[in-house]
Design a protein around this ligand. Sequence first.
Ligand SMILES: NC(=O)c1ccc[n+]([C@@H]2O[C@H](COP(=O)([O-])OP(=O)(O)OC[C@H]3O[C@@H](n4cnc5c(N)ncnc54)[C@H](OP(=O)(O)O)[C@@H]3O)[C@@H](O)[C@H]2O)c1
Length: 271
Amino acid sequence: MVENNVSKYRKVLGKTGEKISPLGFGTHNIRDFINAEKALLKTIEYGINVFEISETYANGLVIEFFGRFLTKIKRDEVFIVFRVSPLILANPNTAEIKFKNILQKMNISHVDVIMLGWYEDAIPLDFQLRSLERIVDSGYARYIGVSGLKLKQLSNALNIMKKHEIAMIQNKYNVLDKRIEKDLIPFAIKNNITIQACSALEKGHALKHPVVIHIASKYGKTPAQVALSYIFSKPNVVALIKSENIDHVIEDIMSLNLVLSEEDLNALKSI
Ligand SMILES: NC(=O)c1ccc[n+]([C@@H]2O[C@H](COP(=O)([O-])OP(=O)(O)OC[C@H]3O[C@@H](n4cnc5c(N)ncnc54)[C@H](OP(=O)(O)O)[C@@H]3O)[C@@H](O)[C@H]2O)c1
């Protein structure tokens, strides 16, 4: 275990009792899979356990990549959030088998969260949620998540669920884009659903904002660390970023040690 291991900061996922790292790493838009593997292996050394994958990323190459990554670590070192296409979930009678085929490509028995990848108007939501429940019933996933749902859609989804709870919602959230602070975050907190803030660095743009840069200089920290610390300050919220650069990964993980003052959190809130 490296010095500065951040396992102590884990947050509880929804009502599950499961502990997950407040910082997770996504696999969308990877440029170089060799560097990305080195970076992800480094995150494990530091006690990160959340990784997000999808069969839709890089035309399926991410599944091969993650399967290779898993051969280098122990399965229980990772908490896998799988964003599955609504097309796979369209028919509850075939979703399980389709998802089982994906798991076989990675040589694993299950993922941790099976997540509705995005809101797809053309497919009835209850079919998609039923498919997610069946995947959990088959043991191919432990918990259910949804992504990109607005408040009304999330509320509707909670009413549709029959057997299982929604443990996580993934939505865009960062210091430059706080649209979900108004309604979705309070709703998720009330219903004890974990919010996974994706694009938590606004694809790197958050690092260039003068307020973020100013606050970072006050603490002797970096803009990335300030931008992430703002997200960690919210109850029920965890962050999801992408990095394939080892230096960035360590810098980002160290943001978990930063606690911003109320005054600085307010300054970031008003950006
Ligand atoms: N549900 C959805 O609709 C949805 C939408 C968007 C994204 N996502 C998920 O969220 C994940 C992250 O989102 P994202 O890729 O949009 O953006 P992001 O994490 O906000 O930003 C990624 C960019 O920031 C750079 N970066 C990371 N740490 C840095 C640091 N310390 N200093 C400087 N630059 C740094 C990365 O470059 P390096 O690689 O060079 O470090 C990369 O260019 C994705 O992988 C995806 O899985 C989901």
